[in-house]
Design a protein around this ligand. Structure first.
Ligand code: FES
Length: 575
């Protein structure tokens, strides 16, 4: 039992006391049937669970939590599972991104307020991983991430099909009249056929892979398919390891730092990760007080080739990535470009963790000499259309559009896009540039994943599959195309995107990382003087909190008041 004045563990300030408060804390916990000896000073491990039946990708996390608990008990800890808000990507409106910060706050305060010494973060679907890491980074206890893992591969008529990526493709086939409604419906069941998150390199697989690159998961954890028994084995081992981490006082602040974030960006480029990773890594960096300019992503992008052949940049699916060696094999392949000494939750360095990793399929995980693409997957653009930056996933775009000039066809917002896209009178062809505005953090609201605008039907019918598209929105990591995103500042705060008019010439020059509308400064300023801010989407509640505090895309879209870690709140005693 701990000394009354100086608890060995944080939880002992609740459970180790000999006074009335100690009685209350133990007694009420005993109502769950725990014996007295669990309060003997062993580490209390919180299992932060984003399980929800409204988040299908995380719906199996109660079973994963049971495996974690077995590991915690086996290592001499005391596991206590708790829920947080969960963010189901396909369902939440207007977009899960509106609620990432709410979840991060929930995670942070649930950790801080409760009698726990270490935390296991169970995540999967897109925003659940960064939200948990952001919250845990600010709470700063020993923390380990256990993702739920990707789904098994989809298969339709003996064709392998991937989450999201093939939905966009089949939808275009349907709209172009080459796929029947019956076939389209049949594909639904064939695509999502097991537990787990999307099994392309969408945002979920990107962020869980980056959690491993950051050093926050056990080695090889990120890519094990959800239904695979090894998912439960590694959950068990993660439960064991978090107990050791508490004894070692291996807080998340000892792992998350400039070195590990740099490693994560390098791995992001190597795997052709989702453009959303830029926003989430920036937000995580803000939580640890790390200045991470967008320029750093572009610098690294020029150094690290895409070596993972996975959709939407390549051919395979996450199950193949796991069989080919997963994140450890990718990291070993690019080890010379990483900071191999960076510490991880295993207590060892990245280099030690991946020392025995092997590549089992050279078409899935390529060498640096034979990459999918020479430069990194995501580049950062600047110019008079995006003075604070924009991003483009070049690895998922058609090459001929990477240097392109065309006539702007402007949509005021997503509703306008939906109403007019397939209008036969829309003056558009495949050389035009589709521009969508008022879809950013404030204008969206919440910066929805609508930047990968569908192509106009009249263009699709010609067999065209890609056009240059520009917006202040995001796009699903499973998407593809020449899609410039995250234009910052957004139109809804008077960014230059608000000034673009139908017929303006727009030039994308990826070689020089430029995105410009070809009007002079005087004309740009004149138009912006005439601009009027749109009505705010919310005047109360969380929506208002969001609109008043969200940072722009280039700053990570966190709330300004959430930067940094720690809390100065007074410890109030409830009785
Ligand atoms: Fe959850 Fe894609 S919908 S990961």
């Amino acid at each position: 039992m701990a000394n009354d004045n100086k608890p060995v563990l944080r939880s002992q300030d609740w459970f180790g006391r000999k006074d009335k408060l100690g009685f209350i804390h133990r007694s009420w916990m005993k109502s769950e049937g725990f014996p007295h000896e669990v309060f003997d000073g062993r580490p209390v491990i919180g299992i932060c669970n984003s399980w929800s039946e409204l988040t299908n990708c995380n719906a199996h996390l109660r079973q994963v939590a049971e495996a974690v608990k077995r590991g915690v008990w086996a290592a001499g800890g005391f596991p206590l599972e708790f829920p947080t808000i969960s963010l189901g990507e396909p369902f939440m409106r207007p977009t899960t991104m509106m609620f990432r910060n709410l979840m991060a706050m929930d995670v942070e305060e649930s950790i801080r307020a409760n009698p726990i010494d270490g935390v296991v973060l169970l995540c999967g679907c897109d925003k659940t991983t960064p939200a948990q890491i952001m919250g845990a980074a600010s709470a700063d206890l020993p923390s380990i991430v256990v993702p739920g893992g990707p789904m098994l591969k989809g298969r339709w008529k003996n064709e392998e099909i991937g989450s999201g990526t093939d939905v966009w493709r089949f939808d275009e086939e349907r709209r172009a009249g080459r796929l029947s409604e019956g076939e389209f419906c049949d594909i639904e069941s064939c695509m999502s056929r097991s537990a787990g998150h999307c099994m392309t390199m969408g945002t979920a697989s990107t962020m869980t892979s980056l959690a491993e690159a950051l050093g926050l998961t056990l080695t090889g954890c990120a890519n094990i398919p959800a239904p695979d028994s090894r998912r439960y084995e590694i959950a068990h081992r993660s439960g064991q390891r978090i107990v050791e981490m508490v004894h070692e006082d291996l807080k998340i602040s000892k792992i998350l730092n400039a070195r590990s974030v740099d490693n994560a960006i390098r791995v992001d480029m190597a795997i052709g990760g989702s453009t959303n990773a830029v926003i989430h890594l920036k937000a995580i960096a803000n939580r640890i007080g790390l200045d991470l300019p967008l320029a750093r992503f572009d610098e690294i992008s020029r150094q690290v080739p895409v070596i993972l052949n996975v959709k939407p940049s390549g051919k395979y699916l996450m199950e193949d990535v796991y069989y080919a060696g997963g994140v450890p094999a990718v990291m070993k392949e690019i080890l010379g470009l990483l900071d191999g000494d960076a510490l991880t939750c295993t207590g060892k360095s990245i280099a030690e963790n991946v020392a025995d990793a092997e590549v089992h399929d050279r078409d899935v995980i390529r060498t640096l000499d034979n990459p999918i693409q020479a430069g990194g997957g995501t580049i950062v653009l600047h110019g008079n259309l995006c003075p604070n930056g924009a991003v483009l996933k070049t690895s998922a775009a058609e090459r001929h559009l990477l240097q392109h000039e065309g006539r702007a066809v402007v949509f005021e917002n997503h509703e306008d896009l939906m109403n007019r896209l397939d209008d036969p009178d829309l003056d558009v062809d495949e050389t035009c540039v589709l521009v969508l505005r008022n879809a950013g953090p404030i204008g969206g609201p919440g910066m929805p994943e609508v930047g990968n605008m569908s192509l106009p039907k009249k263009v699709l019918e010609k067999g065209v599959r890609d056009m240059l598209r520009i917006s202040d929105a995001r796009m699903s990591g499973t998407s593809y195309g020449a899609v410039v995103l995250h234009v910052s500042p957004e139109a809804a705060v008077g960014g230059p995107l608000a000034a673009v008019r139908n017929g303006d010439r727009i030039r994308l020059d990826t070689e020089n990382r430029r995105l410009d509308v070809l009007i002079d400064e005087h004309e740009m300023n004149r138009r912006l003087r005439e601009w009027q801010a749109p009505e705010p989407h919310y005047d109360r509640g969380y929506g208002r909190l969001f609109l008043e505090n969200v940072l722009q895309a280039d700053e990570g879209c966190d709330f300004g008041f959430l930067k940094g870690r720690g809390a100065k709140g007074k410890l109030a005693l409830p009785f």
